[in-house]
Structures are given as structure tokens and as C-alpha cells.
Design a protein around this ligand. Structure first.
Ligand SMILES: [Zn+2]
Length: 330
């Protein structure tokens, strides 16, 4: 019995990315659609149109659809809020798509979808206990224990970005202070670098952006640190300390074999991994008594969410009764 193709979508702030998982190797196709301005109906329409376009090109059809979306996604596939898409509020995305498309639909948090992809064929392949953390505008996280992705009571497990690591620290969009993502996200590194440049303490960074200090991003710090700039190295090392502090808390709680770092900043590779590894070595309690934790960068980068969403959709088909219903409907 071969499994028919499943399509996965990653809904972001400005566009929707699609990947198709065929019955053989993965992934098969990539398309993108801009959504502007993003609205709840607009997202549903765009995904339905993209499914239609994929089916026009592939006679095998699309048997199931998966969606990864940033934000608070509960177990019924509703998105309560999404940081990059203000139009989203209590959005029953799974129910709306299932009704329009008439086939099995999975909707999950984008980090959870990315972890599914990294476990299937990426940086956490063959790993039963894995933690994925994405460092971008904020911090997203997902976890697998004993070979299973874990979602918690209401599906909201992994909101690690709002663990408080510095009481009284910088204010967070969630209304509290000192959340991990205010100190350890890609945006936090960019902000620290902009502050240093505005204080006249980071001449190489200022030069890198042609004096437009507002354009300084975390990636610039990584780039200059790799080139040996002492200010960038110090900024990256302080930042790595905050990353390691949060990771250490998660490692103590979950005991993963592998921690996968994703998000835009993970593209820095070893430039980011090395200082995080050093900082983790300093804060990591009991590390001599534990299996060493593998620290890796995500393999699929910004494709992971859509690939993982397609895999989550295919997981639905592999549930026997759903599979037979989907096959009958074809
Ligand atoms: Zn917060």
C-alpha cells in the first residue's frame, strides 16, 4: 500500500510556502504565494488555490494537507494569536480548511512542524529525544520525548521564548519582563548590536551597514565575529550566554540527546554553535553525569516548516481509518 502525496504549507507574515511529499523520496515540489495583506480568509483561500495548482500539475492528487503556522496553535488546529500576523485571532484554520478541501488536514505550530521534518530526515534523524529551538524575531521551540512529538495539555507546549530568564529585564510583547526571547532571539542580538553602534562602540558594524544603524541585524554580528572583529565577538559571546542559559534550563527539564538550533540565525552555523557550546559547557549542571547533548543546526532551514507540515499530514493518512476514508474519496 503506497501513501498518496501530501502537501505542506508554512504560513508566514508575508508569504505561504508549499512543499509536496510524494510517495517516494522527499520533498517533491516547492511553490510560494505572497499574501498581502494577510487576513484569515485570505490565508484559507490561498492554501486552497495552491492545493488546486499542485493537483493540476500532479495526477496523483493531494490526499492530505498540513499547515505550520507561527503562534499559539491548539490541539484542534485553531490559531489563537500569531506574532507576525496581527489579523489572526481565534482562527479555526484546521476546521475551515477541512471543510473547504474535504480531506484530512493537520495544523500545528511551525516549530513543531520543523521538528517533524528534522526528525524524519534532518538534524534529528533517528533521535528519540530532541529539542528544536528557532532563533528569529522571537524564539519558538518544540520537543520530542521517547520518539514522540509532545504537545502538552492544550497543544501549547514549547512556548520557551517566554520563560523568564532575567526578572526585571527588557520588556516583552507578552507584557512581562526578562523573557528568554528578549535576550536570546535573533532580534535581541540585533538590538544589542544597534545599541552598541549608537553608543559609538561598534565602528565595524556601523561601517558594514553604511552608517544606517537601524539596518544592523543579528546576522551582521555573526558575519563580523567570523571575520575577527572584537566588538562583534564580544556581542556574540554575551548573546551565546543567554542562549545557553535558556537551553540549559530546557536540557535539565527534558534531557534531550540532540538540540537543533533553527531560525534565521542558525544559518551562521559554527559561528553561532561554537560560543553557545562554550557557554553551555559553563552553565550546564551535572554534565559529566549525563549523555553529552549534541548541538546541531537545522538542516532544512526555512523549508522545514512546510516539509514537516506535509509529514504531519501524511501521518494522518497512516492512521488506518483516515487512510481508508481518504482513499475512498479519491
Ligand atoms: Zn514574553
Amino acid at each position: 500500500m503506497t501513501t498518496p502525496p501530501a502537501a505542506g504549507f508554512d504560513v508566514g507574515g508575508t508569504n505561504i510556502r508549499a512543499e509536496v511529499i510524494g510517495s517516494a523520496a522527499l520533498p517533491a515540489t516547492v511553490t510560494r504565494r505572497r499574501i498581502r495583506p494577510p487576513s484569515m480568509d485570505g490565508i484559507v483561500d490561498a492554501i486552497c488555490e495552491m492545493v488546486g495548482a499542485i493537483e493540476d500539475e500532479d495526477s496523483h492528487g493531494v490526499a492530505a494537507v498540513g499547515v505550520g503556522c507561527a503562534g499559539l496553535v491548539n490541539r484542534s488546529g485553531s490559531v489563537a494569536t500569531s506574532p507576525n500576523i496581527p489579523a489572526i485571532r481565534d482562527f479555526p484554520l484546521r476546521a475551515m480548511l477541512a471543510e473547504r478541501l474535504g480531506r484530512p488536514v493537520a495544523v500545528d505550530n511551525d516549530a513543531t512542524a520543523a521538528l517533524r521534518a528534522e526528525m524524519a530526515c534532518g538534524a534529528a534523524a533517528g533521535v528519540a529525544n530532541a529539542l528544536l529551538a528557532t532563533f528569529g524575531t522571537g524564539i519558538g521551540a518544540a520537543l520530542a520525548l521517547d520518539g514522540e512529538i509532545r504537545r502538552g495539555a492544550d497543544g501549547l507546549a514549547g512556548e520557551a521564548g517566554h520563560m523568564i530568564v532575567a526578572p526585571g529585564g527588557p520588556e516583552c510583547l507578552c507584557g512581562r519582563r526578562g523573557c528568554w526571547e528578549q535576550l536570546a532571539s535573533g532580534e535581541a542580538l540585533g538590538r544589542a548590536a544597534r545599541d552598541a553602534a549608537r553608543a559609538g562602540k561598534a565602528p565595524a558594524l556601523a561601517e558594514r551597514v553604511g552608517g544606517r544603524l537601524a539596518d544592523i541585524r543579528g546576522e551582521h554580528v555573526g558575519e563580523l565575529a567570523a571575520a575577527g572583529d572584537p566588538v562583534a565577538r564580544r556581542l556574540l559571546s554575551e548573546f551565546a550566554g543567554w542562549v545557553a542559559l535558556g537551553l540549559n534550563n530546557l536540557i535539565l527539564l527534558l534531557s534531550p540527546e540532540v538540540v537543533v538550533l533553527g531560525g534565521g540565525l542558525s544559518e551562521l552555523g559554527e559561528v553561532l554553535l561554537a560560543p553557545v557550546r562554550d557557554a553551555l559547557e559553563e552553565v550546564y549542571l551535572e554534565h559529566r553525569q549525563r549523555t553529552p547533548v549534541g548541538l546541531r543546526v537545522a538542516q532544512y532551514g526555512d523549508r522545514a516548516g512546510a516539509i514537516g507540515a506535509a509529514l504531519l499530514a501524511r501521518d494522518l493518512l497512516e492512521t488506518p481509518e483516515v487512510h481508508s476514508r481518504a482513499m475512498r474519496a479519491r
